[in-house]
Unconditional design. Structure first.
Lengths: 481, 95
């Protein structure tokens, strides 16, 4: 066996452990692939130099020596952390995010910063202030977002894993559009310390890989309680790969959210690919139940309000005073704030701040924000009720496959609605795992998601792994890479 | 249908400490209205739920000082003097 662009972490580990490849050769292999292909993909905003990459990580673990890409909103000490924004163009983190520290301790190689939508606000990586990212399956199309760089790099075989982040679907949606595996963990499972805040009650770091096993491996390194994050769950680190088997647990009940599958605007190829996947799960022994989640229709609306409200608050810190961009021509403090933030933030970020402050303001708060919070409670209650009848849910990840870059320049709402099937999960704080389940006639990836109750990552991985091992979607890769 | 006036947008911009220039106003208004008009549907279903959604608890640590070197942080400042961040004048000349 020798290294290939699409080798899994598991396979690479074998190669390294049997001394068929040295760690620095592995790193070199990955960096060369970026050099060869990333001009067309735009997945990385920066790649670090080999020496500092190797120096930063010391440790022996299943992940040691394995290169990965880190989303640009996760702090790596002494590296630029720009959130793909101009306002942080020269900002260097003074500390490691907890997830980063744990990865360094595991010996994993952190090779650069992944491109993203600015401040994680978007579903296409088109709002990055630096460059757009492209889908490796069709480079005229978006890789999704906001973790589009992370997804594109993994899908194109430039790295076998990457970290992304979710607030409304920003790991699962690009994973699905790029034909790879993406996890959004239970809120609080992965520490948010060092993740630049967008909507603090929703944000979570997520994991992108080409296989379910690899995904479980990376999660095992970074998950678990962190005293630096008061919202982090008191859950010990564990090995999520140990529960993986090629069969489903006996008596598994899977709920198919039929109002999602038949929602208007659903691409029929996606619907039929998911129906096919459900049939496959049934063949593997799962009991399938049709379930309905009526408040799903209102999840995106509630999510828009809550996330923008929190974002308006979180982004107030970028004011040019202590770090980041500052307009030095301003004559007064107020002018400095106003012009710095005008120049430093892109249009989408500014619009979200305005909407966020609007929905919180007197005269609008009860109509928008308070009602959105009520709808959030309804969504959570609905999931809790549904999980009394089934062990897991299955739902589409996206209503359509990867769209053309620029397709929605005039209709931003359509981009926002990319989160339609993902954001209810973020609002409820529960975990979800998107895996590939097909392709369109034009070879664009189709994915679907398993959704589970609080802290059910082991079950999600077990079921997804069995599905994956009994299908061949994970063996398909974009051409030309 | 939500309609947001230019005045309201400018007031929100001021509160957000963010400039919006005249030529950007119409685009901003449309964007904001589109989102609000969609988001407004929460009013159709919002109602109180008896089931408590989350159990909140305070997470505290011991009240002990952990010394942190401020220099790497201060070094990031656009303009500083010792432990101070220098900013443009805050008050108008005659205040």
């Amino acid at each position: 066996m020798s290294i290939t662009p699409f080798s899994s972490i598991k396979e690479i580990r074998q190669l390294v452990d049997t001394k068929q490849i040295a760690v620095h050769e592995l790193l070199d292999f990955s960096l060369k692939r970026f050099q060869a292909f990333d001009r067309n993909l735009g997945s990385a905003l920066e790649l670090f130099d080999a020496e500092s990459i190797l120096h930063a990580s010391q440790g022996i673990s299943p992940l040691s020596g394995i290169p990965g890409l880190i989303k640009d909103n996760i702090c790596q000490q002494d590296r630029i952390t720009a959130c793909a924004s101009k306002i942080l163009e020269h900002f260097r983190s003074t500390y490691d995010a907890t997830a980063i520290a744990r990865l360094k301790h595991s010996g994993a190689l952190l090779i650069g910063r992944a491109n993203m939508d600015e401040f994680a606000m978007g579903s296409s990586t088109e709002t990055s202030a630096y460059k757009k990212a492209h889908n490796p399956w069709d480079t005229t199309r978006v890789p999704g977002g906001s973790s589009g760089g992370s997804a594109a790099a993994v899908a194109a075989g430039l790295v076998p894993w990457a970290l992304g982040s979710e607030t409304g679907g920003s790991v699962r949606q690009p994973a699905s559009l790029c034909g790879i595996v993406g996890l959004k963990p239970t809120y609080g499972l992965i520490s948010r310390y060092g993740l630049v805040a967008y909507a603090s009650s929703l944000d979570q770091i997520g994991v992108l890989t080409r296989t379910v096993y690899d995904n479980a491996l990376v999660l095992s390194v970074i998950a678990g309680h962190d005293t630096h994050d008061a919202t982090s769950l008191k859950v010990a680190a564990q090995d999520y790969t140990s529960s993986l088997q090629p069969t489903l647990p006996a008596g598994l009940r899977i709920g198919v959210v039929h109002d999602a599958l038949n929602a208007s605007g659903m691409d029929p190829e996606i619907t039929s690919a998911i129906e096919e996947a459900v049939a496959q799960l049934q063949k593997l022994g799962a009991t399938i139940k049709q379930v309905s989640l009526p408040t799903l229709e209102y999840a995106a609306a509630a999510y828009f309000i809550i996330s923008r409200a929190e974002a308006a608050s979180n982004l107030a810190r970028f004011d040019g005073v202590r770090y980041g961009l500052r307009n030095t021509q301003a004559h007064s403090l107020h002018e400095m704030y106003a012009s710095t933030r005008h120049d430093g933030f892109g249009a989408e970020v500014k619009a979200r701040i305005i909407v966020g402050n609007y929905v919180l303001s007197t005269g609008h708060a009860s109509e928008f924000y308070q009602n959105a919070k009520k709808v959030q409670r309804l969504i959570r209650a609905e999931f809790i009720d549904t999980f009394k009848e089934v062990d897991l849910l299955v739902m589409p990840t996206n209503p359509m496959p990867a769209f053309k870059i620029g397709a929605y320049d005039m209709d931003k709402l359509q981009i926002d609605l990319q989160d339609y099937f993902t954001c209810s999960v973020n609002l409820a704080g529960i975990p979800a795992l998107s895996v590939p389940c097909g392709q369109t006639k034009t070879r664009l990836p189709i994915g679907f998601q398993f959704i589970g109750p609080h802290l059910s990552e082991s079950l999600l991985y077990r079921v997804a792994h069995a599905y994956e091992q009994n299908t061949a979607w994970h063996t398909l890769h974009p051409q030309g890479f | 249908m939500a309609t947001v006036s230019r005045q309201e947008i400018l007031l929100l911009a001021q509160m957000s400490r963010m400039a919006i220039y005249d030529h950007e106003l119409d685009g901003m208004i449309k964007h904001v209205e589109d989102v609000l008009n969609y988001a407004h549907r929460v009013t159709q279903v919002a109602r109180d739920v008896t089931e408590p959604s989350t159990r909140l608890s305070n997470v505290v640590r011991a009240d002990t000082v952990e010394a942190v070197d401020a220099e790497p942080l201060l070094r990031q400042a656009p303009e500083r003097e010792g432990n101070y961040f220098i900013v443009p004048r805050i008050l108008e000349q005659n205040e």
